[in-house]
Structures are given as C-alpha cells and as structure tokens.
Design a binder for this molecule. Structure first.
Ligand code: DX5
Ligand code: ZN
Length: 222
C-alpha cells in the first residue's frame, strides 16, 4: 500500500492534491500541534473538509499531546485509520477502544528512539503500527535505516501470529529507500516529498508501489 502524505502538498488546494493521486491506497494526513512536535499543521475541521472532498481513505497521523482526548474525533470524521503516538498517549488501550468504537482502525506510532519491545503487549489492541523513520515534525528528512530492525521484528511477530497489525513506515521513503523497507516487511509506505515533489504524483505512486512489490516478491507466502 502507498499512502501519499499531504504534508508535502499545496495546503491551499487539498482537494486537487488528493485528486492528483487517484491510485493511492490511503491519504496520509499529518496532524501536528506545535507541542508534541515543534511544527503546527492542521486539525479536525480540515480533516472533515478533506473527508468530504475525496474518496481516498484518510490515514490520520496525530503528532499531538493528549491524543486520548482528540483521536476519537478524527475517527468520527470518517478516517479509515487514526494513529496516535505511544509516547503521547496516557492510556493507549483506551484510546484504541475509543478509536475503534468510533469506526476507524486504531494505529500506534513509535518514534525512531522508542523501542518496539516496550509496546508489543499494547499493540495486541491495535490494527496498525506506524514505525517512524525520521524524527516526527517535518517532511523531506533523511531516512533512518536503523529503524528497519523494528520493522523486521514486527514483521516476524505478525507472521508468527503474535500480533495482527499492518506495518506502516513514515519518513524519507523514496525510490532510493523503498526497497530496503519493503524487504524488511513493510505493508504500507507513507511518502510525502517523493510523491508531491515529483512532476507527476500519480506516476510516483505507481513507481513506488512497483518497486516495493518487486523488492518484497520473495517474501510472498511467508
Ligand atoms: C513527518 C511526517 C511524515 C512526512 C513524511 O513527521 O509524519 O508523514 O510527511 O514526509 P517525507 O516522505 O517527505 O519524509
Ligand atoms: Zn506522518
């Protein structure tokens, strides 16, 4: 799956920017509050408007403090998946229940320095795991290959039936890095600058998907 991140799109033309990636599986929406991360982006009113403007399922990535309070609203708005940060949630199990009760998949994200081991038990209550491959806050940063060990571990836990999550990666995914992420076992690739910085965003999505599929072909039937 490919999830273009609208963080790298033109915020004044979000509906057109969504329409520019018709082949996207999910549209990744980075919600930043200026506290959990230094950057500030958009919030629920924009997500509600975007939901009305596109048929692509929204994948909301909440880089905010107190997601316990705010996450269910993004699910009620119609998002397909709502991801909160493990480092920010007060009661991650309850957040997951609340997100699911509001009709969305529940996602848990871990920053590059956060060990996966600390969250494996909690992840039993989640549908998606978002492994950050840059420090959250900004698009266009350099991919951190060292996080792929966490992807490999998560992949193993899923393949052996210990976890049932979709493994997503976010940060620095491009033609240069998508193959190593695919080989490590990623299911869903978030890409901001690699899609919206391309001359043809639609083709960029297909190129990333083809490259990932080729790189992970040997994992099929695992
Ligand atoms: C960063 C965001 C990412 C960002 C990725 O904090 O979570 O979703 O849009 O951008 P690229 O793909 O340019 O690294
Ligand atoms: Zn993101």
């Amino acid at each position: 799956m490919i999830a273009p991140s609208i963080l790298s799109a033109d915020f004044a033309r979000l509906a057109e920017e969504a329409a520019a990636v018709p082949g996207a599986d999910w549209l990744h929406v980075d919600v930043m509050d200026g506290h959990f991360v230094p950057n500030l982006t958009l919030g629920l009113p924009v997500v509600e408007a975007l939901e009305r403007a596109t048929a692509i399922p929204l994948d909301c990535h909440l880089m905010i403090n107190d997601p316990d309070r705010w996450a269910p609203g993004y699910a009620e708005a119609g998002s397909r998946n709502v991801t909160v940060h493990a480092e920010a949630a007060h009661d991650p199990r309850k957040v997951s229940r609340d997100i699911r009760a509001a009709g969305a998949l529940a996602g848990l994200s871990i920053k590059p320095g956060t060990p996966l081991e600390d969250w494996v038990e909690v992840l039993r209550d989640y549908d998606t795991l978002l492994v950050m491959s840059v420090e959250p806050g900004f698009g266009g940063q350099k991919f951190m290959p060292e996080v792929l060990d966490k992807v490999r571990t998560a992949r193993r836990l899923v393949d052996t039936g210990h976890l049932n999550v979709l493994v997503e990666i976010d940060g620095g995914i491009s033609r240069d890095t998508v193959e190593q992420a695919a080989e490590a076992g990623v299911d869903c690739f978030v890409a901001g600058s690699a899609v919206y910085g391309a001359d043809d965003p639609e083709r960029a999505v297909e190129a990333l998907r083809d490259q990932a599929a080729r790189a992970s072909a040997h994992l099929a039937g695992r």
